[in-house]
Write a protein that binds this ligand. Structure first.
Ligand SMILES: Cc1cc2nc3c(=O)[nH]c(=O)nc-3n(C[C@H](O)[C@H](O)[C@H](O)COP(=O)(O)OP(=O)(O)OC[C@H]3O[C@@H](n4cnc5c(N)ncnc54)[C@H](O)[C@@H]3O)c2cc1C
Length: 539
């Protein structure tokens, strides 16, 4: 079983480290002292209560999945305590795992999942489905109050690519298959899922479907929810399964009730997804826009004229400046940035990374030529493949570097939203101001990374010196300011991270009162005892 470190990202020692020159930059920008100021505690220093699962429940669980798959050793429980948000990591690093599940249960198939849910519902034990554990919105730390115990239902044993229909270009997955393993298994058929979130290394197929995840190439390949063909879900009230018809007029799509339900209705035990042929060629490249507004306008036109590439990312001025600084003295992006600055004659501009995937170079050329023409006319400057290739090579580095930033006493977190093209820049400005207002001295960068005909997503990265006396309050105030601003602008509280518990304060702003009541009614029907991931989807 592959496991991450309990306090951060990846296996021990995996991934890149923050380069020395980053300390100088962060010291100058944020006043961070440099070097390690706060390391995570060791596993044996973690605070963990003794498992409290009622004996009868434990016996039922052991009967359902086999005694060897009901685990309650400290490490397994600590690893299933919560996800990977900034606040999650602060708590894990401090060894605060009092909320860890009493047991981790590892079923092998749909029937075993159903038996676990029956046992837990009957005895009022809360159940949290656990895929890759990469939630950044408090999706995995369940409320224990009012329950006889808490079980983490780990889907790691359900990790098969069950079948492939090469003719229809669909594949059926068990939910616990991690994305790299899914791509490897599909690769044997010359196919791929093409779903690449930054959490790719650890996220599972089922977890992505349960959270309506978007990948880095979702502009071209679609979000995961757009690629769901059919699914099967075990709920405490029985099974919900949908057909795989390519289109249907049989009332509202019930599939959509399960996609994004975050384990609050039941457990996705099987999912059929659209798959694509592995591309024969890929090209990543960089452009510069003079301003964020210019970049947005160019991306809007690309998308609406049917010329958008598969990967389209526009960093604002702050994110571009930070990326160039952290690319280091010899970084390709920095060299391109310097050239662009000279050529543009003012400012540092905004970096645009575009990625193309196709059958071969010719096909890429045919798609790229008209897009490049449009970008030039829109005033953007082509700066070569360097920045695009640098982005592609380091696209999974961020979460590893975050651990180093946490060691150095930084506050480092992200949040995201989406809105229409007409409101995009105003929303970006307002959220950045809200975050800066709440945090004081901070670096708030933003990028656009998922294009739609009617609008786009905004993804904010926040860096500041951590308030050592009240780190949780510091971030909660900033998050509240950002969330309230997003809601006031009529934008979604989450474009792809999901609701979890962290976004519940904005549920009514998102769905309205009747919408929130409908979700509650749905929950009550599927999960009458209310044991499924309590606190998510319904308050
Ligand atoms: C560094 C980092 C980068 C990220 N980048 C992206 C990104 O680019 N795009 C993006 O969309 N997200 C991103 N995320 C968020 C996260 O990776 C996604 O939400 C992902 O979809 C979660 O998958 P998982 O398998 O880890 O699910 P988990 O974190 O284990 O679970 C997420 C939620 O779904 C529920 N759940 C899990 N499996 C099932 C199931 N089979 N049935 C029912 N419910 C289930 C859980 O109970 C939980 O509420 C990132 C997270 C991190 C830490």
């Amino acid at each position: 079983m592959r496991e991450q470190v309990f306090w951060g990202w990846g296996e021990p020692g995996a991934g890149p480290s923050l380069p020395a020159y980053a300390d100088t930059f962060l010291g100058g920008e944020l006043g961070l002292p440099g070097g390690i100021v706060e390391a995570p505690v060791a596993l044996d220093a973690v605070r963990l209560r003794a498992p409290e699962l009622p004996r009868v429940v434990r016996e039922l669980l052991e009967r359902a999945v086999g005694a060897e798959h009901v685990l309650d050793d400290a490490e397994t429980r600590v690893l299933r305590c919560r996800g990977k948000s900034y606040l999650d990591l602060l708590a894990q690093r401090a060894g605060d795992c009092e909320s860890a599940p009493d047991a981790v249960v590892r079923p092998a198939d749909h029937d075993q999942v159903a038996a676990v849910l029956r046992a837990c519902a009957e005895h009022a034990v809360a159940v949290v489905p656990f895929g890759g554990g990469t939630s950044v919105v408090g999706g995995l730390e369940a409320q224990r109050e009012g329950f006889a115990g808490l079980v983490s239902l780990d889907l790691g044993r359900m990790d098969a690519l069950e079948s492939v229909d090469e003719r229809s270009l669909t594949a059926v997955f068990a939910p616990g298959l991690r994305l790299p393993e899914a791509e490897r298994a599909l690769g044997a058929h010359g196919l791929r899922l093409a779903h690449v979130p930054q959490s790719f290394e650890w996220a599972t197929v089922g977890g992505c479907v349960a959270t309506r995840s978007a990948g880095q190439s979702s502009t071209g390949n679609g979000r995961i929810d757009e690629n769901v063909v059919a699914l099967r879900c075990a709920t405490p009230a029985g099974e919900l399964a949908t057909l795989g018809s390519p289109g249907s007029a049989a009332g509202p799509a019930l599939r959509e009730l399960v996609v994004g339900s975050e384990g609050a209705l039941g457990v996705i035990t099987r999912v059929a997804l659209r798959v694509r042929p592995v591309p024969g060629a890929e090209r990543h490249e960089g452009w510069f826009a003079r301003t964020f507004a210019d970049g947005c306008e160019a991306l809007r036109r690309l998308e609406q004229e049917g010329l958008a590439p598969d990967v389209a990312r526009l960093s604002d001025e702050t994110e571009t400046r930070v990326a160039l600084a952290l690319a280091g003295p010899g970084g390709a992006a920095r060299r391109a940035g310097a050239a662009a600055t000279r050529a543009l004659g003012y400012g540092e501009g905004c970096l645009v990374v575009l990625g193309w995937e196709a059958r071969d170079e010719r096909a890429i050329g045919a798609r790229r030529r008209p897009a490049a023409g449009l970008l030039r006319k829109a005033g953007l400057l082509y700066v070569g493949k360097g920045p695009g290739e640098a982005w592609a090579a380091t696209r999974f580095a961020g979460p590893h570097l975050r651990d180093d930033l946490l060691d150095r006493g930084a506050l480092v977190e992200t949040l995201e939203t989406a809105t229409s093209w007409s409101r995009l820049e105003a929303l970006r400005d307002a959220v950045a101001r809200a975050l800066e207002g709440a945090l004081g001295r901070a670096l708030v960068g933003c990028h656009v990374s998922h294009l739609y005909p009617t609008g786009a997503s905004l993804y904010f990265t926040v860096l500041a010196a951590r308030d050592r006396d009240d780190p949780v309050g510091q971030w909660e105030r900033a998050k509240r300011a950002a969330g309230d601003t997003i809601a006031a602008h009529g934008a979604t509280i989450t474009h792809h991270h999901a609701l979890g518990r962290d976004h519940m304060p904005w549920l009514e702003a998102e769905h309205g009162r009747l919408g929130a009541e409908l979700l509650r009614t749905l929950k009550e029907r599927c999960d009458p005892a209310g044991v499924m991931n309590p606190g998510v989807l319904t308050p």
